[in-house]
Ligand binder design. Sequence first.
Ligand code: FES
Ligand code: FE2
Length: 428
Amino acid sequence: MLTQADNEIVTRTGPGTPMGELFRRFWQPVLLSSDLPDNDGDPQRIKVLGENLVAYRDTNGDVGVMNFYCPHRRAGMFFGRNEECGLRCVYHGWKFDKDGNCTDMPSEPAESNFKGKVKITAYPAKEAGTVVWIYMGPKELQPELPQFEWCTVPEGHVVVTRWLQQSNYLQAMEGEIDTSHVSFNHRWFDLDPAPATIAILNRMAGDGSPRLTVRENDSGFIYGSRRDYDNQYYWRCTQLMVPMYSLIPGNQWPRGGRGWVPVDDETNMVFQYASNPDRPLTEEEIHLRKTQSPQNLHKVKHTLSDGYVIDTWIPERTPQNDYNIDREMQRTTNYVGIPSTREQDMAMTDSMGAIADRTKEHLGTSDTAIIAGRQLLLKLARDLQEGQEPYAAQHPEVFAVRAINIVDPEPDFDNLLKKHGDMGKVNA
Ligand code: FES
Ligand SMILES: [Fe+2]
């Protein structure tokens, strides 16, 4: 559990909050590059860390991300004309470039110098790993992009999907470092023959109380979960990278994890990435990841609780339709009655309420990594309040790590890391 005060600190990421400040030291993924397919194409509304923004691809193909509200009289820049390397407000014609400069102000006399005095808040944007990233922190601290493996593989080796989830980022992200739920929440009954992915889940179901060990590293921590398996141990070693990225163990490529970007304090945007360093992904591998988990992602306009509308992706199964839970399936086929893994997770983390009340939890030994994750984020946020910058933000190379998935007789995590630690690094 957490105190109410700590729960507030760790979940609130709006401007000026301690966790919001920490997040703003890191680049944030905000869109798929394919959400902005054309130069001078349609702008997209997004919300990131509680800030209402508009993204567009300009005449040169560069991405601009600016405040939603025109600094003249606050009309929505989303409705603007995307033309000649800038977005022009269609109320009185003021135009802004991707750096936030006002490049035209036709409603003022030609001799006026007012244009030089007005700017719109704009954030630096870059593209990597088929994703648009923005940096919302202090200019002088702007780092290079993090060197996640999925961002550095050649073109065609990575697939990323994004979708909106209806909860605070933290409880969604905590599902990634909660290995014990996999033995239950993702369990299937008596599938014969079991597909490869389900065989792994069933291997985990064989030992529902894994032993967890957490070891901090430069990007966050790696934790080992040890399950009894076949007179040896099945070790799943997950990477948590600050502030909110995971790498999930898997025994074959493509593999990856997820990042949970706060939209506001009650919703988050998931970026799910999978890559293969050795070869391009096949059509089938890409199709599978775009359609199966979650199922039937589609583009919508979504109204947030404050009335702001964003252009986003959502799955077919949502809290509004109870994720189409099938009680007969629950009795006969799988533990939850929902047929895809992502939605099984979502039903649990969304149902905790917009911001989980962590003062009322009862955490056990299987929650060791969750406790460590919260403490790490709280410490980094507090350190930053006292002037200590987060190391990982300024060291993009620390993100070049991998999860480890292995069956081994070694019972001790530190010894396992000595033996197989190289598997946790991206090969140079
Ligand atoms: S409100 Fe945008 S130009 Fe007037
Ligand atoms: Fe899960």
